[in-house]
Design a protein around this ligand. Structure first.
Ligand code: ADP
Ligand code: TYD
Length: 205
């Protein structure tokens, strides 16, 4: 089973992905836990280029192709082999991040983004995608509290994040079978329970 987590930076994806992996491991499932961009040596090196604040002059097409390049290596080297062995794969971000951030956020042509996505994933798509939905105001509050410095992507501004959020919601609306939208303003425990019940439900189908 292939499970991905999506949402704005600071929405709580990593927290929930970690909790789900923990729960699955307690039940003795074999799991590959992957974060995007990254997950392989080549992909981690591409991640450094993408998130480096020195690279403020990066062109949007360069950005799109680098995220996609990192993903192609990840699918080829890790995700596809794991799925072939019927392992669980949990991804903290996957191809929907590209549609949301480079497509809706940066305003690149959605058909072009989708064509590149299809090539970079070799058509491998998650069985279920949890979209942790949260307002831009809420993530600003959380960032203030945690005091974490912003990377290059996070320096893109609030209107950019508003476009990314509405892009995600539009995508969830288009693919209601795959996407599960979870209100990210709820407590960590409540969200964890919603996600676990959904995974149980789907794995028994
Ligand atoms: P992301 O992976 O989406 O960037 P994280 O899981 O790293 O988000 O969470 C960002 C911050 O918000 C962390 O400090 C985390 O402890 C906090 N957080 C996560 N989920 C919740 C929640 N449901 N309510 C309040 N704070 C949360
Ligand atoms: P990361 O620190 O992994 O995300 P988060 O803050 O959500 O835990 O940073 C990844 C950044 O890259 C994040 O701002 C989203 C962005 N991104 C894209 O723009 N396109 C993509 O295809 C991916 C995978 C990420």
């Amino acid at each position: 089973m292939f499970i991905s987590f999506e949402g704005l930076d600071g929405s709580g994806k990593t927290t929930q992905a970690n909790l789900l992996v923990e729960t699955l491991r307690e039940r003795h499932h074999e799991i590959d836990f992957i974060r995007e961009p990254g997950g392989t040596e080549i992909s981690e090196r591409i991640r450094e280029i993408l998130l480096d604040k020195k690279h403020l002059g990066m062109n949007e097409i360069t950005e799109l192709l680098l995220f996609s390049a990192a993903r192609a290596q990840l699918v080829f080297q890790m995700i596809q082999p794991a799925l072939n062995e019927r392992r669980f794969v949990v991804c903290d971000r996957y191809v929907d991040s590209t549609t949301a951030y480079q497509g809706y956020g940066r305003g690149l042509h959605l058909d072009a983004v989708r064509a590149i996505n299809a090539a970079a994933t070799f058509g491998v798509m998650p069985d279920v995608t949890f979209l942790i939905d949260i307002s831009v105001e809420e993530i600003i509050e959380r960032r203030k509290k945690s005091g974490t410095p912003m990377d290059r992507m996070e320096s893109s501004g609030n209107t950019f994040y508003e476009r990314v959020r509405s892009g995600y919601l539009a995508m969830a609306h288009e693919e209601p079978q795959r996407f599960v939208v979870v209100d990210g303003a709820q407590s960590i425990e409540v969200i964890k329970k919603i996600i676990w019940e959904e995974v149980l439900n789907r794995s028994q189908r």
